[in-house]
Design a binder for this molecule. Sequence first.
Ligand code: SF4
Length: 223
Amino acid sequence: MKAKRRAVIAKRGRRRSDHAGKADNPGECAEADPPGSQSDLSRRDFLKSTGLGAGALATGTAIAPVTAGARPPLKTDGSVQNITVCPFCGVGCGQIAYTDDDELLHVEGDTSHPISEGTLCSKGAALSQVTNNPRRLQQVMHRAPGSSKFEPRTWEWAFARIAERVKQTRDASFQTKSAGRTVNRTEAIACLGGAALDNEECYLLVKAMRMLGITYIEHQARI
Ligand code: SF4
């Protein structure tokens, strides 16, 4: 084993020598560098030759040992860390959202997340700009049938409206049998999930849709 290791070291040495052009024959030792050549310089000699070292040695101040200073304050100091998942695509990268009261201060990759291990693409890394954005839509907007404009509505109005329309559509389209087989379904309603939904939300959503007899259940990432 030792002989093999020596052979490898000798071979490497030859390659270096060959590259430097100082040995004519493989395996032959190159000549030693003359005194004063660059490879013969000590670190102190090098500093002296540049002048920098001479000044530093003379004053004893120019090259001071580097010491750790106090950490500058961060915008996330004192905030709450919330573990969450990026809402943009199906990769589902882990994120830490730093909040202070109702304000989102910063979002960064979660290094303990098994999928992304702290990494985020540019979209996920810029997530806080979606929340902290004056152009963000923050209320329900409704365009009535035949209308050309959207109008603001409350969430209570929207929930009641959705429930009313789902019941109306389901009652009008519900099938109990198809070709003699029991189906208990409606094909007049579809459900489209999104990447922002986590596992638990997807589970509850699919359960709710199946209870209503909805068969067309899809996900935004697949279309
Ligand atoms: S960080 Fe990028 S890749 Fe990861 S889930 Fe968000 S959008 Fe998708």
